[in-house]
Design a binder for this molecule. Structure first.
Ligand code: ACO
Length: 325
């Protein structure tokens, strides 16, 4: 039996951080942010909220939509770069919150590509018969690692979680291909240096602002424009599809100009693309699954539709998948 999505769910915090508010925090303006990125506002977690709290809300909705209980889950994968803590994994914290007693659980680190990496992992566990039901979540609280004195990065990021339950689906539906990749030579372009074994947390690491995201924006932009098209093309080729076959593109929501470049490369128009970065900004691993869940909420997904998911992120990494809804 093929493997596919049985249910989706999303959660974003209530608090909205607008471009106008950012104007009071750093030397920027709404016009610059909108024209250079397409972002108008983003969601920020409440004091005390952490990534597993967002995961829990999204997971409950995905489980309900899939029509299964947490006890039926065999596997939980949480893709995140902002775990609750170094360990135990956020997936284990979530397993306890959900009461998913039968489930294996682990976190996956592939930055913004993490959700597609997680899907590929879980789909293979199910295809081999190892497991029946898997919960795959992309979730990040980027506000916790954003330097709100750095105008190059703080305008981009937001918080959220998107979840899917995957399992066996009827013939003709489900995942048709995965394309995953990495280029470690680009690692220094997008990173948090502090807090790991190389630079453990110390007064010096704090003073050097090593616990915040560092990003070489222009270089990452060039990489993203190239790799989003390449990865989507490769997923299409492996699925035996042409560009014209895509009913809906669900791209990582980093920058409207990057999405537009992907659409040009795929010879597609905006009406066949999920775009929500104007409301949420870049939520890293959460961007693609939140967009997917919103597509379903908005009735934009019909049985038999051909979807392409595609993202890129720190690592550098990329991931794409072609699937029939
Ligand atoms: N407001 C006003 N001016 C700004 C701002 C701002 N917020 N940020 C930068 N500028 C200025 C720069 O200082 C620069 O001024 P200068 O010419 O006087 O030096 C000018 O605007 C142009 O800067 P660029 O960096 O060339 O602007 P660009 O058009 O490349 O846009 C951006 C910058 C939006 C960051 C873009 O490069 C981008 O989107 N890059 C990819 C980011 C991305 O996708 N990252 C993935 C992160 S995923 C993760 O880590 C979780």
């Amino acid at each position: 039996m093929p493997v596919g999505v049985l249910g989706t769910g999303k959660y974003v915090p209530d608090r909205i951080l607008t471009n106008q508010e950012l104007e009071t925090m750093v030397d920027t303006n709404d016009e610059w942010i909108v024209t250079r990125t397409g972002i108008r506002e983003r969601r920020i977690v409440a004091e005390g909220q952490a990534t597993s709290d967002l995961c829990y809300e999204a997971a409950q909705i995905a489980l309900a939509n899939a029509g299964i209980t947490a006890e039926q889950l065999d596997l939980i994968i949480v893709a995140t770069i902002t775990p609750d803590m170094a360990f135990p994994s956020t997936a284990c914290v979530l397993q306890e919150k959900l009461g998913a007693k039968q489930s294996a659980a682990f976190d996956l680190s592939a930055a913004c590509s993490g959700f597609v990496y997680g899907l590929a992992n879980a789909a293979n566990f199910i295809a081999t018969g190892t497991y029946k039901y898997a919960l795959v979540i992309g979730a990040d609280c980027l506000s916790k690692i954003t330097d709100y004195t750095d105008r190059n990065t703080c305008i981009l990021f937001g918080d959220g979680a998107g979840a899917v339950v995957i399992g066996e689906v009827p013939e003709g539906r489900g995942f048709k291909s995965f394309e995953l990749g990495a280029d470690g030579t680009g690692g220094p372009l997008l990173k948090i240096e502090g807090g790991g074994s190389r630079n453990p947390a110390s007064q010096s690491s704090i003073d050097q602002r090593m616990h915040y995201i560092y990003m070489a924006g222009a270089e990452v932009f060039k990489f993203a424009v190239r790799i989003m098209g390449n990865a989507a093309d490769e997923a299409l080729r492996k699925a035996g599809w042409d560009k014209g076959d895509i009913d809906l593109l669900v791209p990582h929501q980093a920058n409207m100009r990057i999405i537009q470049a992907s659409l040009n490369r795929l010879e597609m128009t905006e009406d066949k693309c999920m775009i929500n970065l104007d409301r949420y900004g870049n939520m890293s691993a959460a961007s693609i699954p939140v967009a997917l869940a919103e597509a379903e909420e908005q009735g934009r997904l019909r049985e038999g539709d051909r979807l392409v998911l595609v993202g890129f992120g720190g690592g550098l990494t990329w991931g794409a998948s072609a699937l029939v809804w």
